[in-house]
Design a protein around this ligand. Structure first.
Ligand SMILES: [Zn+2]
Length: 217
């Protein structure tokens, strides 16, 4: 099966798991929050490792036929603080007995956090691999125009500083690009600008104008 499809399945599984954990929690809402703070991070760690392992396999498969020896390592960055904050945020609707909203938030948290190690594994290994020249974005069907613009023409991000801008709903992933393989055009100025962690108001306006002019909603 395609790596991205496997990642989507793993995401579905992570979402089912967290919904079940939420239903299983009991007592006053503060107590439920504590139970979830106690358990969700470990479950998320399990899925994050799975996602990073999928990406490392994908990386090695994509590399077959290129030069030099390299074996990708799974990368799971430390997100402990952010994840605990995410669990607190997702639990908060329990204070008004809004279990449905809490479940939606937990599902979003799981999906966005478990998709990260996949991308981090690709982008980190490609920086360490002399045969890699960059990475390209792989969109899912239904991705927004911002994400489609970033992936347009198979653009290759070569600058190590290019950040992978992600939307929770779009579930984009990335793939390494190697010397000697099929290499798309390097990302253009707008694509690089959209991949910066922070943009000035002027850059945001330019980006919006470009998106509106060149990409359909
Ligand atoms: Zn998007």
């Amino acid at each position: 099966m395609e790596s991205k499809a496997q990642l989507a399945l793993l995401g579905d599984d992570a979402e089912d798991q967290v919904r079940w954990m939420l239903r299983r929690s009991s007592g006053a809402w503060e107590s439920r929050r504590l139970q979830l703070l106690d358990t969700v991070p470990d479950v998320l760690a399990f899925y994050s490792e799975g996602s990073a392992a999928l990406a490392a396999d994908f990386y090695d498969d994509a590399r077959v036929g290129t030069v030099g020896a390299f074996s990708a390592t799974p990368v799971v960055l430390d997100r402990t603080v952010k994840i605990r904050r995410g669990v607190a945020w997702a639990s908060f609707p329990l204070s008004t007995s809004d279990d449905e909203l809490a479940a939606a938030r937990f599902a979003q948290l799981m999906r966005s956090e478990m998709a990260r190690p996949y991308r981090d594994t690709i982008t980190t290994n490609r920086r360490n691999d002399p045969t890699a020249v960059g990475w390209k974005r792989i969109t899912s069907s239904g991705a927004c125009k911002f994400c489609r613009m970033l992936a347009d023409k198979g653009a290759v991000y070569k600058e190590a500083t290019a950040h992978f801008a992600a939307h929770d709903d779009c579930m984009c992933t990335c793939a390494p690009v190697f010397k000697g393989g099929e290499i798309g055009p390097e990302a253009n100025t707008m694509q690089y600008m959209a991949s910066k962690r922070r943009r000035s108001p002027k850059e945001r306006a330019a980006l919006k104008a470009w998106l509106d002019a060149a990409y359909l909603d």
